[in-house]
Design a protein around this ligand. Structure first.
Ligand SMILES: Cc1cc2nc3c(=O)[nH]c(=O)nc-3n(C[C@H](O)[C@H](O)[C@H](O)COP(=O)(O)O)c2cc1C
Length: 424
């Protein structure tokens, strides 16, 4: 166990599960025991989530894309066709009690009021376990699905996202925590001075507020962010509680880690207030030989060539998948393959050398690879004192050791209060 340099809480690993129902390996859906139709089977999705909740994972990660193409079937079938994440997240919340639920939403194609409401609703339904994975979108062709002429360039997407997130945060604060009185004796339902307009008038948004629901249980819903550009790093360092990073090797990951923590410090944030979690493509089994055998089987099962048919080549390029090349056999990263000790050694090294604060685990097939990680790797990390044995709280913020933020309106001047004489 390592302690944090600023004497924050003792450093512990954090884990998310990248939930792609048919696995993150393109051949995963064909692996024995996998469920080829799992993407639309809510009992299956709930049961898989329970595996990682029992293993005390921090969160389940529901990625999303706003465009698709049948050509993805050969490279990334789980991303080609899946449930809308808020709908799936609500059903997952109903079947679980502790695990965080991260839902991906691209602000470019949302409205702040709608998204603030969706996320607050999920936070209420889950009793404080909602999280927003803010992405600005990898899919240029999404624009064509949302009546837009073009995919905005990076600067505009991030200008929009910056204003968007501050607006959403304002809306979440528009009700003070004790605004809903609901006193059956006195008949007082609400305390109007504790419900605030946000009066946001910016470059992109004009929003009066308040939000039409009570403040989320977490106060501010946990914010995840995924991206690589300078603007992405800046947004993440300022706003994100968790950064989902690309980490091709430990040296790159260490540089990225140091960069984000330094940028975060410039915003007055301490290192433990922002967790950096690269993806971990892992195949683990009791023995190294068995793990290699599983990995070889998966490679045997992966589709060899993408069938490029009318128009799909161009669209495949626009989808921008790192695994996508319509003309060649799919190249899939081999990732980490080993027995529990080897996998735990790898994780511990990255953690101790500050290349990461944990990982977003990519299971090659579901549920088998999820079970293998939960049953073989997690106990080893617990033995080493690197990962929790029990949840110490019930909200996602609790798992991240983050307190509920104060409400910005709690001390608001009377003339800004909705329902006051000034507001009529
Ligand atoms: C690790 C990682 C995960 C991502 N997950 C998603 C996703 O689920 N949906 C999505 O639309 N974009 C996703 N993206 C893409 C980002 O939203 C972004 O469009 C991309 O990284 C390019 O923007 P950037 O230049 O700011 O990094 C992801 C990016 C990274 C690095």
């Amino acid at each position: 166990m390592t302690s944090s340099p600023d004497n924050g809480p003792e450093r512990q690993l954090h884990f998310g599960l990248m939930f792609w129902a048919t696995g993150t390996h393109p051949g995963g859906w064909r692996f024995p025991g996998a469920k080829a139709d799992g993407a639309y089977d809510i009992e299956f999705i709930q049961a898989t989530t329970k595996i990682v909740e029992d293993a005390k994972f921090d969160f389940l990660f529901l990625g999303d894309r706003l465009a698709t193409d049948p050509a993805l079937a050969a490279t990334n079938p789980a991303q080609m066709s899946r449930l809308e994440p808020f709908v799936a997240g609500s059903a997952i919340a109903a079947a679980t009690s502790h695990i965080g639920i991260a839902v991906t939403a691209n602000p470019t194609y949302y409205d702040p009021y709608t998204l603030a409401r969706l996320l607050a609703s999920l936070d209420h339904l889950s009793k404080g376990r909602a999280s927003w994975n803010l992405v600005t979108g990898a899919d240029a062709i999404a624009a064509a699905n949302f009546s837009r002429d073009e995919h905005w360039e990076t600067e505009k997407r991030y200008d929009w996202a910056d204003e968007f997130v501050s607006t959403v945060r304002g809306l979440w604060d528009s009700w003070e925590d004790d605004a809903l009185v609901r006193d059956v004796t006195t008949g007082q339902f609400v305390d109007p001075p504790k419900v605030h307009s946000v009066d946001h008038h910016g470059k992109y948004f004009d929003i009066t507020g308040p939000l039409n629901m009570a403040r989320p249980p977490q106060g501010q819903v946990v914010l995840l962010h995924a991206g690589t550009s300078d603007r992405s790093r800046e947004l993440g360092a300022r706003e994100a509680d968790v950064i989902f990073a690309a980490g091709p090797n430990i040296e790159t990951a260490k540089a990225y880690y140091a960069d984000i923590k330094t940028r975060a410090a410039a915003y007055g944030r301490r290192p433990h207030e922002i967790q950096i979690l690269p993806g971990l493509q892992v195949t683990v089994a009791e023995t190294t030989e068995e793990a290699n055998w599983v990995r070889d089987q998966l490679d045997e099962l992966r589709p060899k060539v993408v069938q490029a048919v009318d128009g799909q080549k161009a669209r495949a390029g626009a989808l921008g998948s790192q695994h996508m090349n319509p003309d060649k056999p799919t190249a899939f990263p081999r990732g980490l393959v080993g027995n529990p000790t080897e996998v735990a050694d790898y994780i511990e090294r990255w953690f101790v050398e500050e290349a990461c604060d944990g990982f977003n685990v990519f299971p090659n097939f579901v549920p088998g690879a999820v079970q293998a990680f939960a049953e073989l790797v997690i106990p080893e990390l617990q033995r080493r004192g690197l990962f929790r044995r029990e949840y110490t709280g019930s909200t996602f913020r609790d798992h991240l050791d983050l307190p509920k933020p104060p409400n910005r309106f709690a001390e608001v001047p009377q003339d800004l209060v909705l329902g006051s004489a000034a507001a009529g």
